[in-house]
Design a binder for this molecule. Structure first.
Ligand SMILES: *Cc1c(COP(=O)(O)O)cnc(C)c1O
Length: 400
C-alpha cells in the first residue's frame, strides 16, 4: 500500500476517494492547473515567493501557545494551541490563497473567483487579489451572507464583488455549485481558488500542500517547547483544510490525529454536518468522498452553528484516513461548542471561531485517554470576531 504521505496517486485518488468527476470543459482546466503545479512544485524561486508572503503578509510562523488555565480546567494532559487565529485576515485560509494566487499569476489568469461559507475564505481571497490588482468575484449563500455580515462587508471593502446565491439551502454547497458554474463559463481567463481540500483533483492536494506549513511549523515548535512530537493533534473538519494542513506532516509519525465534525443539533436528529460520522460515500463537487445523502443518493441539508463547517461533504483524503483508521473523527454538537467558546474565551483570553470551538469542545471527550504528561495540540483555525452576533443571539452576554 502507498504511504499516506505519497497520496494522491496519479489519477488523484486517496485510496477509494477523490478523482475528477467533472464535465469535459473542466477537464482541460484541471489538467492545466495540475501541469503548472507539478512544474512549480520543484521550483525554488516559486516557493521562496510563497514563503516570503507567508512571513511578511500573513505573519507566519504562528505561535504554539501553552494554555495553562485550560489545561488546569480539564485536569489532564497539557494543552497547547497552534495559533492560526493570529494570521492576517483571521484564519488559516490565507495560507492557501497566498499560494494559489501565485499559481493564478504564473498561469496568466486575470480574473479570480471563489466560494465562501463563513466568509473567511472570501476575505482571504479578496485580500490576495487586491494585492495583485486582480478582478475578484466571491460566491456566498444568501443565508451565510446574513449570518456572517461582517465578513461580507470586509470582502466588499477589499474591492471584490459578492454574489448572493439563493438556490438550495443558500449556504456553502450552493455557493460552490455557482462558483463551478462561473468557472465552466469563463474558463479562459478565470482562476478558481477553492477554499478547502475538496473539489476535483488536483485541488485537494494543492490546498493541503499550501496549508501543510502549519504542520511543518508544529514539528519544529513541539521539539523546541517540549522535546518531542505531540501525542495528539485535534482540528475541526468542515471541508478539512485546516485539519489536513496540520495532520499531513505527521501522517507517518506516531501521533494521534483527531478530526472534529459539526454534530449541529445532534447526530441522532439528522440535523448536522458530519458526513464522516453519519454519511456514505458518494460524489459531490467533482470528487468521491463521504457525503450526507438520503437513500436515493440526494444530498441532504446540513445544520451547524458555524457557517464554515456547514457542508455535506468532506475532503477525500479525510475519507481515506477514516477508512484506514489513520485518523479518528468525532462530532460535537452546537451546545457543546457554545460552552467551549465561552470557556476558552474566559480561561485564556482567546476568542476562537465557532469552527475552532468544535476542536476545543472535543477535549471534553478526549482528555481522559491521556496521562498528565501527554501533550495535546488544538489547531485554532481562526478567531471568533466574525461570530459574536451569533454567540450573542444564542444565549451569550447581551450586546446592548
Ligand atoms: C473555513 C473555516 C474552517 C473550515 O474549513 P476547513 O477546510 O475544514 O478547515 C474552519 N475554521 C475556520 C476559522 C474557517 O474559517
Amino acid at each position: 500500500m502507498d504511504k499516506f504521505k505519497d497520496l494522491p496517486d496519479s489519477d488523484g485518488f486517496f485510496g477509494d476517494y477523490g478523482g475528477k468527476f467533472v464535465p469535459e470543459t473542466l477537464m482541460y482546466a484541471l489538467q492545466e492547473l495540475e501541469d503548472t503545479y507539478s512544474k512549480l512544485k520543484d521550483n525554488n524561486e516559486f516557493f521562496a515567493n510563497v514563503d516570503k508572503d507567508l512571513k511578511q503578509f500573513v505573519g507566519r510562523p504562528s505561535p504554539l501557545y501553552f494554555a495553562k488555565r485550560l489545561t488546569k480546567y480539564h485536569g489532564g494532559p497539557k494543552i497547547w494551541l497552534k495559533r492560526e487565529d493570529l494570521n492576517h485576515t483571521g484564519a488559516h485560509k490565507i495560507n492557501n490563497t497566498v499560494g494559489q494566487i501565485l499559481l493564478a499569476k504564473a498561469m496568466g489568469k486575470k480574473r479570480i473567483i471563489a466560494e465562501t461559507g463563513a466568509g473567511q475564505h472570501g476575505v482571504a481571497t479578496a485580500a490576495v487579489a487586491a494585492r495583485l490588482g486582480l478582478e475578484c468575484h466571491i460566491y456566498m449563500g444568501a443565508n451565510d451572507i446574513q449570518r456572517q455580515s461582517l465578513n461580507v462587508y470586509r470582502i466588499k471593502l477589499l474591492g471584490a464583488t459578492v454574489h448572493a446565491v439563493k438556490s438550495g439551502a443558500a449556504i456553502l454547497k450552493d455557493a460552490l455549485n455557482e462558483a463551478l458554474r462561473d468557472w465552466v463559463t469563463n474558463i479562459e481567463d478565470t482562476y478558481y481558488i477553492i477554499g478547502s481540500v475538496t473539489g476535483p483533483h488536483p485541488y485537494p492536494m494543492i490546498v493541503r500542500d499550501f496549508n501543510a506549513v502549519v504542520g511543518r511549523e508544529l514539528k519544529e515548535q513541539s521539539i523546541e517547547l517540549f522535546n518531542k512530537f505531540p501525542d495528539a493533534i485535534i482540528a475541526c473538519v468542515g471541508g478539512g483544510s485546516n485539519a489536513m494542513g496540520v495532520f499531513y506532516p505527521f501522517l507517518e509519525e506516531d501521533v494521534k490525529l483527531v478530526g472534529v465534525e459539526a454534530a449541529g443539533s445532534g447526530i441522532k436528529t439528522g440535523k448536522h454536518a458530519a458526513p464522516l460520522n453519519d454519511g456514505k460515500p458518494g460524489v459531490l463537487h467533482g470528487a468521491k468522498s463521504y457525503l450526507m445523502q438520503n437513500d436515493e443518493g440526494q444530498v441532504i441539508d446540513t445544520q451547524s452553528i458555524s457557517a464554515g463547517l456547514d457542508y455535506p461533504g468532506v475532503g477525500p483524503e479525510h475519507s481515506h484516513l477514516k477508512d484506514s483508521r489513520r485518523a479518528t473523527y468525532i462530532a460535537v454538537d452546537d451546545v457543546e461548542v457554545l460552552k467551549a467558546f465561552h470557556n476558552v474565551t474566559r480561561l485564556e483570553g482567546i476568542m476562537p471561531a465557532l469552527e475552532s470551538a468544535h476542536a476545543f469542545a472535543a477535549l471534553e471527550h478526549l482528555v481522559k485517554d491521556f496521562s498528565k504528561n501527554a501533550n495535546l495540540v488544538v489547531n485554532v483555525s481562526g478567531r471568533g470576531d466574525k461570530d459574536i452576533n451569533i454567540v450573542a443571539t444564542m444565549g451569550g452576554i447581551s450586546l446592548d
